[in-house]
Every structure is written in structure tokens, then in C-alpha cells.
Write a protein that binds this ligand. Structure first.
Ligand SMILES: *[C@@H]1O[C@H](CO)[C@@H](O)[C@H](O)[C@H]1NC(C)=O
Ligand SMILES: *[C@@H]1O[C@H](CO)[C@@H](O)[C@H](O)[C@H]1NC(C)=O
Length: 315
């Protein structure tokens, strides 16, 4: 009896080993797809969810809620950003959840179309604000996070512009050595002035979760939105004595520049460099295309008889 079970097992084991050798990736994809989504989104295949579940299996040093603040009707930009982040290598030992943040879906078409995006991708946060609200959005965003993720707080919260491209692995590596509390990371603006006049540029900034909790517990900040929203944010933190661990990422965060533009290199603008953390002012498709090609996003294109694509730069 035992011998006959053994004889029956041998081909099964051989087959299993064959399968593992030939299709090792299928197994990990299977595991990722089966893992439940913690935020209740129905589709588990969104790239950020794959990142999340795969990273959960390893040691995770920290988790970032990476909120790209955008408008409901910016469908094309969102499609581009989603693709750009999905194609990036996964950060090591860090979870960076890319989410799109927008105000209430007041238009009929936005309600329906964004609902479809949520069903498909599960990566959208809708705040209770209106687009024309004078900076209520920044307060609404940061103050809503501690409540939304009370059960599973992140280590950091980022507010990211939708014309900025971050390299998530470079971001994770630079955050790894930095303070986990009372922390504020981004590009110090205006550059090269005294620190008390500086605040983090709206291209993107990241605060530790305790700072978001402090904002949520300070409703009086909601009324303090004089002037530029990111400048106002800087005023909140300075007056409140928060975010004292300040990290300016110049020159690895900067505004986009190429040779066709009538603009000069300065302390906040230069051409693309390999060790970039974030590049800002990607205002049109050509700038996005050149940026993504520079960072080798197109390397994954496989030769095929189905197409011929000439990727050589035209400048
Ligand atoms: C959104 O905010 C408005 C005004 O601040 C409030 O009346 C309304 O109840 C809020 N809606 C939700 C769903 O919380
Ligand atoms: C892109 O790939 C090329 C060729 O492999 C390499 O020389 C270059 O450093 C890469 N660029 C970046 C930004 O990593």
C-alpha cells in the first residue's frame, strides 16, 4: 500500500518541480492575487496592491500613503501616472501606496466614470471638499488620513502634485535613514534663503504620520489659508512647532528642463539626472515621454512583428 502511494507520488512531485522551475513567477503572482485587499477595493490586480502584498511578505521598514492630489476630470493624467508608477521597480523593504486624491464628484459624468476607475483600480480617495474651495483641500486631505487609517496607520503621508514624477525606489532609499517622527521632506522653497522663510514646494512633500495626526487635532488650521497653500502649510508647521526634522532634497528634486525650453538652469531647475528623487512641471505629454524614456521605462518593450517603435530622441 505504502509503496503504491509512493510510486504514485513520484510523478506528481516531478511535475511540481518542473512547474516551479519553468514558471517561478506564476506562483508569486498567484499568491499576490489571492491576498486580500486591506482597503476593501474589489480588484486585487492594481499595481499598487501587488506592491503592497508582495512587500508584506518581506521585512517592511515603513509604509507611505502617497496621495497624488488631482482633479476628477484629469483622466488622461491619472492613466499616465498609474502606468508610470506600475512600471517602476518595487521599492525594497518599503510600501508606497500610490493613491489619487480628489474632491467630491459633483458632476454626473465624473461620478460614473470615477466609480468605474475605483472598481477597476481601487486607488482613489474622494475627500469631502469642492475644487474651488480656497485651500480647504490641503487641510481636508491631511486631517482625513488619521481617521481613515486609524486601524492601520502609515508611517508617512505624502501630498504629491499631479505634474510630478517620483522614482519610488529612490524615495524609499532616501526616507529610510530619516526621522520617523516630527518629519518633513521635500524641496525647500525658495531655495537658498534663510530657513525660516522656506517651506516645502508643492511639487511634493512627505510628513510623518504624527504630523498628520496633529493637523487632524487642530481644526483652527482650516481657517488659516492665506496666500499660497503650500506656504500656508509651512506656516502651520512652524507656528505649531511641528515637522522640525526638515529634509530638503535639492538637487535630487527639481523642475524639468530640456534644451528646447527657453529657461535657464538655476537652483530649482536643471536637466534630468540619474539619481533623481522627483521631477516636477511635467506639464505636457512630450515632457512626460522624455522623462519616462530617460528613466528607462521603455526598456521593457519587447521586439515583436506586431509593431515597430522608434524610441530615439528627436532632440
Ligand atoms: C461634507 O461637508 C458638508 C459641509 O461641510 C457637510 O454638510 C456634509 O454632511 C459632509 N458630507 C459627508 C458625506 O460627510
Ligand atoms: C538607462 O539604461 C542605460 C543603458 O542600460 C544606462 O546606461 C542608464 O544609466 C540608465 N538610466 C538610468 C536613469 O538609470
Amino acid at each position: 500500500m505504502a509503496a503504491s502511494i509512493g510510486a504514485w507520488l513520484v510523478p506528481v512531485v516531478v511535475l511540481a518541480i518542473f512547474y516551479l522551475v519553468l514558471f517561478p513567477n506564476d506562483l508569486s503572482q498567484l499568491q499576490s492575487a489571492l491576498a486580500p485587499c486591506s482597503d476593501g477595493s474589489p480588484v486585487a490586480t492594481a499595481a499598487s496592491e501587488l506592491t503592497k502584498t508582495a512587500a508584506a511578505a518581506e521585512d517592511v521598514d515603513f509604509r507611505v500613503f502617497f496621495g497624488v492630489v488631482t482633479r476628477a476630470d484629469f483622466y488622461e493624467r491619472r492613466a499616465l501616472l498609474r502606468m508610470a508608477y506600475a512600471l517602476q521597480p518595487r521599492p525594497r523593504r518599503a510600501v508606497i501606496d500610490v493613491r489619487f486624491v480628489m474632491c467630491r464628484l459633483d458632476k454626473e459624468e465624473d461620478a460614473v466614470l470615477v466609480a468605474l476607475e475605483i472598481i477597476t483600480h481601487g486607488d482613489i480617495l474622494v475627500l469631502n471638499c469642492t475644487e474651488n474651495m480656497n485651500d480647504g483641500k490641503t487641510y481636508e486631505y491631511f486631517s482625513s488620513l488619521p481617521r481613515l487609517f486609524a486601524g492601520e496607520p502609515y508611517d508617512y503621508a505624502g501630498k504629491i502634485d499631479d505634474d510630478t514624477y517620483y522614482r519610488l525606489e529612490a524615495l524609499a532609499d532616501t526616507l529610510r535613514g530619516k526621522a520617523r517622527r516630527d518629519m518633513w521632506h521635500g524641496f525647500l522653497n525658495p531655495c537658498h534663503v534663510s530657513p525660516e522663510r522656506q517651506y516645502m514646494s508643492g511639487m511634493g512633500y512627505i510628513v510623518s504620520w504624527d504630523v498628520a495626526e496633529w493637523i487632524a487635532a487642530s481644526p483652527e488650521l482650516r481657517e488659516d489659508h492665506e496666500g499660497h497653500e503650500d506656504k500656508a502649510f509651512g506656516r502651520w508647521l512652524r507656528r505649531g512647532g511641528r515637522g522640525k526634522n526638515v529634509y530638503g532634497e535639492e538637487p535630487r528634486m527639481y523642475d524639468y528642463l530640456d534644451r528646447e525650453m527657453y529657461a535657464d538652469v538655476n537652483c530649482f531647475r536643471h536637466e534630468l539626472v540619474p539619481d533623481t528623487v522627483a521631477v516636477h512641471k511635467l506639464k505636457d505629454r512630450l515632457k512626460w515621454a522624455r522623462t519616462l524614456r530617460f528613466f528607462n521605462a521603455t526598456d521593457a518593450l519587447k521586439p515583436s512583428k506586431m509593431y515597430h517603435v522608434d524610441l530615439t530622441p528627436k532632440i
